[in-house]
Ligand binder design. Structure first.
Ligand code: ATP
Ligand code: MG
Length: 649
């Protein structure tokens, strides 16, 4: 399909006004690799340091002297960078706009000055409960402003936060509290998502039964729902906050002191407790946010992720606030009360920059264009995508229907481990190809290697590694430094292995083909899942597709496809045959699915990523050991898939 891709040149207006144009990108990128020491010390000036660093990167990916340090002699406070330093110039500008779940409710707005008071109060409540620098605090919250205050309050006093997505079960929560030995959990009485209540406090109570380390539970009153409070352990946030001042000094932190732990989404296995630093991470979040979104203070920016994912950390809270921006936080889901909500929120707040995930786009696309076209969206200037490869079909829908051909799309490839965006267009610099994350961000040195680790040059396909450290890189797996080294630095010696497969085309553009573990090998031809899935999604009746390999007597591996249809489309044998033929025509006979199962839903992580490892087990008929399913959004989907498994055709 690569040959037929359309190219969208940089719009003239963007080339003229954006911070970085095509020439600027080449220059910046070249400098970042030629002289990383000076380049990064210069970039570090964008932060407000208590002690300015004099050394940039000090790292080695080799086993003998394995280490990752950035700006190690610098001192700063992350919350001060996100709040205090903006007060003089922008104290009365809006830092956070909060859009409630129910559309008839009023949004809330917090200026930087108000944010300062809220965060200081929260920090003082934590201190009053004995929380000190280096302590771990688990945050299990709905998408309410207090969630952002809680993150920043931890940062202010140097506590390490560990956010657990509010959709996780008590068991998953208990595992994550125990893994990092949190003594304090911050939660709310209940959360709200799409008109439904989420019993957060009750879940914490259930989790607490399996946890030894937990001492205090701080409960924010969000819905006013009736929840039991345990004497001596639980306290209401609003009562504790009434007793403390709205001023709290900042804790000076070493650049390498940890800022947070965050567990990966678990699409490939047991989640890992990814640890991020204070200085390097904040620099990465802030620099990428500014350049990738060409962000300028005053612009209304909305990252429609949950704070429970790294996207929420870097691009709802830390990046935009470090840049003095206005960040929109949305409590609900994109398709409630109906599929036009996300666009109504855009109109209500005049959002200029929208950042969301392919899974959300495919779900909305499935409902039809009328939900989009009934809204204005005139304020939109730039669109972003993150989390999975975006199928060219979804890309075009985002571009043509949502953006009306006027807004560039930044398709950003990165991982919890990378702290921020790594391979991504810059809107004023990069011509776009639908489905490609395009080019590396300054400082990022990607390589494509074969199975033996040999570096492949030019247009090629293989495994994606990053050959040198960058400031936003994770520093360890919490409590298991050996697992960190083993997981990421032993597959290809001296390099960070991403786990993703990737193709590079003639123009040096990168195309993520899916997880390396998911690569299918049909009669000796290696195929990424993304390509076959994109071909299926191209069919007008297909909403979403997931493709996995299965054992095949003759070919070695056969292709098993799971397909979800658009609203009002009938699943039958005729359509099955048509779709199989469709893929054959789109990609070639080698990609012809051997089995195709219609699925009302696909197993996804709570963050919306398809869990192919489970689909692989089902395709193989091995349903007794599905592996870690604790991060599955809807376990009932699996039962349906198992009972409707189809045989090889
Ligand atoms: P786990 O590591 O526990 O299996 P996970 O990899 O799903 O979980 P994340 O860190 O949230 O956890 O996801 C990172 C992965 O998401 C990347 O490695 C890549 O496979 C995929 N990804 C993210 N953004 C993009 C993108 N723009 N294009 C293609 N793939 C993407
Ligand atoms: Mg991963």
């Amino acid at each position: 399909m690569s040959d037929s891709v359309s190219i969208h040149p940089v719009p003239e207006s963007w080339a003229r006004t954006a911070r970085v144009d095509a020439e600027g990108y080449e220059k910046l990128y070249g400098m970042s690799l030629a002289d990383p020491g000076s380049f990064w010390l210069e970039q570090a000036r964008r932060l407000d340091w208590i002690k300015r660093p004099e050394i940039a990167g000090d790292w080695s990916f080799d086993e003998a002297d394995f280490r990752i340090n950035w700006f190690a002699d610098g001192k700063l406070n992350v919350a001060a960078n996100c709040i205090d330093r903006h007060l003089a110039k922008r104290g009365d500008s809006v830092a956070i706009i909060w859009e409630p779940d129910a559309p008839e409710e009023e949004p809330k707005r917090f200026t930087y000055r108000q944010l300062h008071a809220e965060v200081c109060r929260f920090a003082n409540v934590l201190k009053a409960q004995g929380v000190r620098k280096g302590d771990r605090v688990t945050i299990y919250m709905p998408m309410i402003p207090e969630a952002a205050f809680a993150l920043l309050a931890c940062a202010r006093i140097g506590a390490i936060h560990s956010v657990v997505f509010g959709g996780f079960s008590p068991e998953a929560l208990a595992g994550r509290i125990t893994d990092c030995d949190s003594t304090v959990v911050i939660t709310a009485d209940e959360g709200r998502r799409g008109g439904k209540k989420v019993p957060l406090k009750t879940n914490v109570d259930a989790a607490a039964a399996h946890v030894r380390c937990l001492e205090k539970v701080i409960v924010v009153k969000a819905t006013g729902g009736d929840v039991p409070m345990q004497e001596g352990r639980d306290l209401w946030y609003h009562e504790a906050a009434a007793e403390v001042p709205a001023e709290c000094p900042i804790e000076p932190m070493g650049a390498e002191d940890p800022l947070f732990i965050l567990y990966t989404s678990g699409s490939t296995g047991k989640p890992k407790g990814v640890l991020h630093s204070s200085g390097g991470y904040l620099l990465w979040a802030s620099l990428t946010h500014e350049l990738v979104f060409d962000y300028r203070p005053g612009q209304i920016y909305w990252c429609a992720a949950d704070i429970g994912w790294v996207t929420g950390h870097s691009y709802i809270v830390y990046g935009p606030l470090a840049n003095g921006g206005t960040t929109l936080m949305y409590e609900g889901v994109p398709n409630w009360p109906d599929a036009s909500r996300i666009w109504q929120v855009v109109d209500r707040h005049k959002v200029e920059i929208l950042y969301t995930a392919p899974t959300a786009l495919r779900a909305l696309m499935r409902e039809g264009g009328q939900y989009v076209t009934s809204t204005s969206r005139a304020s939109l200037r730039l669109l972003g995508s993150v989390g999975e490869p975006i199928n060219p079909e979804a890309w075009r829908w985002y571009y043509d229907v949502v953006g009306e051909g006027r807004c560039p799309i930044v398709d950003t490839w990165w991982q919890t481990e990378t702290g921020g965006q790594m391979i991504t267009p810059l809107p004023g610099a990069t011509a776009l190809k639908p489905g490609s994350a395009t080019k590396p961000f300054p400082g990022v040195d990607p390589q494509i290697v074969d199975a033996e680790g040999k570096v492949l040059h030019g247009a090629t396909e293989g495994n994606l590694v990053i050959a040198r450290s960058w400031p936003g890189q994770m520093r360890t797996v919490w409590g298991d430094h050996e697992r960190f080294f083993q997981t990421y630095f032993t597959t290809y010696r001296g390099k960070y292995f991403t786990g993703d497969g990737c193709r590079r085309d003639e123009d040096g553009y990168y195309w993520i083909t899916g997880r390396v573990d998911d690569v299918i090998n049909v009669s000796g031809h290696r195929m990424g899942t993304a390509e076959v899935e994109s071909a299926l999604v191209l069919h007008p009746k297909v909403a979403e597709a997931a493709v996995v390999g299965m054992p095949h007597d003759i070919k070695g591996q056969g292709i098993y496809a799971y397909v979800t249809l658009n609203a009002n489309c009938q699943a039958d044998d005729a359509l099955r045959a048509e779709l199989i033929k469709w893929v054959r025509t789109e990609i070639g006979p080698i990609a012809t699915p051997d089995a195709l199962q219609f699925a009302p839903g696909l197993p996804k992580t709570r963050s919306g990523k398809i869990m192919r490892r489970i689909l692989r087990k089902i395709a193989e008929g091995d349903v007794s050991s599905l592996g870690d399913t604790s991060t599955l959004a809807d376990p009932s989907v699996v039962e349906d898939l198992v009972s409707n498994r189809v045989q090889l055709s």
